[in-house]
Design a protein around this ligand. Structure first.
Ligand code: FAD
Length: 364
């Protein structure tokens, strides 16, 4: 192995960690909120510098290429869904700070994210909701004032900060960086939201009452349709967690087939693995840089819905292969089945929702 190639070095570290994550995945899954094992996984990734995966080297990050990063995401998701989702939120939080025009803020924060010293979550999915904005922002002297409720923020127990999307009175979208200890009096949170999958993720609803964000932490401001356009350019982007889930299901099927001498299971594993490669290629070839092409939307949606369907189908095969034991809460097939269902809703837009429902309804 080339010790100086960060791509190869990180892949190797993630492979090793993935094996450990898979061993404790059921314990994490059933452990619920406040789960020390999830925090152990999250911090183990931090210790490798992985939260700097896509942060440029000049800001202390690893600057991994997109294919290596995607493979790491798939590997983690193939082992433990809640670890994969939680760590992904930490990359997203850092990504928004990376878009700040304030070089001093980036010089201060990005190396801390990369070293895993500051864990930064994300709260932005509410920007997709129609109707009055859930989180509002207005200009004040030397900064902005934020009010409202962010319905979902994952990893709360170990977050130091989060990037937050809010809407200005003129409809423009403003992203701010919220350092949690700085706002003890104006930030409050719900109890962890109990969910059937990713329950260990310590996802909370965050209430913001007159939160004053200093100017340096106003990351950027964009036109009102920013989120819609960003989603359009990234239709086939969020495929790696469902593809990882399908890979984990295939691995489980193969092992079960070998242990029980059931070649059918092994053949199914071969089939799902081949299909993962096909869907990944489709998603890669319909990335946002082709958004102006007439067939872009249809093809990219097919890739995204295809990845979710694949994870669900592979997990259904795992359920059947495990017979009645599949329904034990501690069974890996059971966990993977619930993880697969999660990917049908995450980063959901009306187009993705419709494409997926049509696919499962009409077998498209
Ligand atoms: C366990 C868990 C953890 C999560 N963690 C995070 C996190 O850390 N950070 C974060 O930002 N998000 C997080 N999410 C949010 C997740 O990404 C969302 O589930 C996803 O974006 C869908 O949003 P929603 O469920 O709030 O649904 P909605 O936003 O209500 O709906 C989804 C889509 O349907 C459309 N829609 C809704 N209502 C209508 C309507 N009446 N008419 C037409 N279209 C409509 C919306 O425009 C949107 O595109 C989390 C979710 C879960 C379940």
């Amino acid at each position: 192995m080339d010790q100086h190639n960060p791509n190869l070095q990180t892949l190797e570290q993630i492979r090793e960690l993935t094996a450990q994550f898979e061993e404790r995945a059921e314990a994490v899954d059933v452990g619920g909120p406040g789960n020390a094992l999830l925090e152990k996984n999250v911090r183990a990734l931090a210790a490798t510098g992985f939260y700097g995966a896509r942060i440029p080297v000049e800001y202390g990050g690893l600057g991994l290429d997109s294919e290596t990063n995607a493979e790491c995401q798939e590997l983690i998701a193939s082992a433990c869904g809640v670890t994969a989702f939680t760590q992904q939120q930490l990359h997203s939080g850092g990504h928004y700070v990376g878009q700040s025009a304030n070089v001093d803020v980036k010089r201060d924060l990005l190396p801390k994210f990369s070293r895993g010293e500051v864990l930064c979550g994300i709260a932005f999915s509410h920007l997709r909701r129609p109707g009055p904005p859930l989180v509002r922002v207005e200009r004040i002297a030397d900064g902005v004032l934020v009010n409202g409720e962010a319905p979902w923020v994952t990893g709360w127990r170990f977050l130091d900060s989060f990037s937050l999307g809010a809407v200005a009175p003129d409809g423009r979208i403003v992203y701010v960086y919220v350092s949690i200890p700085d706002h003890a009096k104006t930030l409050s949170v719900s109890e962890p939201i109990r969910v059937s999958t990713m329950d260990a993720g310590d996802t909370v609803r965050v209430f913001l009452r007159n939160v004053v964000i200093p100017e340096k932490y106003v990351l950027f401001e964009r036109e009102p349709d920013f989120q819609t356009r960003a989603d359009f350019n990234n239709i086939a982007g969020p495929v790696h967690l469902p593809l990882g889930c399908a890979r984990g299901c295939a691995r489980h099927l193969r092992l079960t087939g070998q242990q029980r001498k059931r070649p059918l299971f092994v053949e199914a594993a071969d089939h799902f693995e081949a299909e993962v490669d096909l869907v990944r290629d489709l998603a890669r070839s319909w990335s946002g840089d082709r958004a102006a092409e007439p067939e872009y939307k249809e093809r990219a949606l097919a890739a995204r819905a295809g990845a979710i369907r694949l994870a669900m189908r592979a997990s259904e095969a795992c359920i059947a292969a495990n017979s009645g034991a599949a329904h034990l809460l501690t069974n890996p097939a059971q966990r993977r089945h619930r993880e697969a269902s999660f990917y049908a809703t995450v980063a959901q837009t009306p187009d993705i929702q419709a494409t997926f429902i049509e696919a499962v309804t009409y077998g498209k």
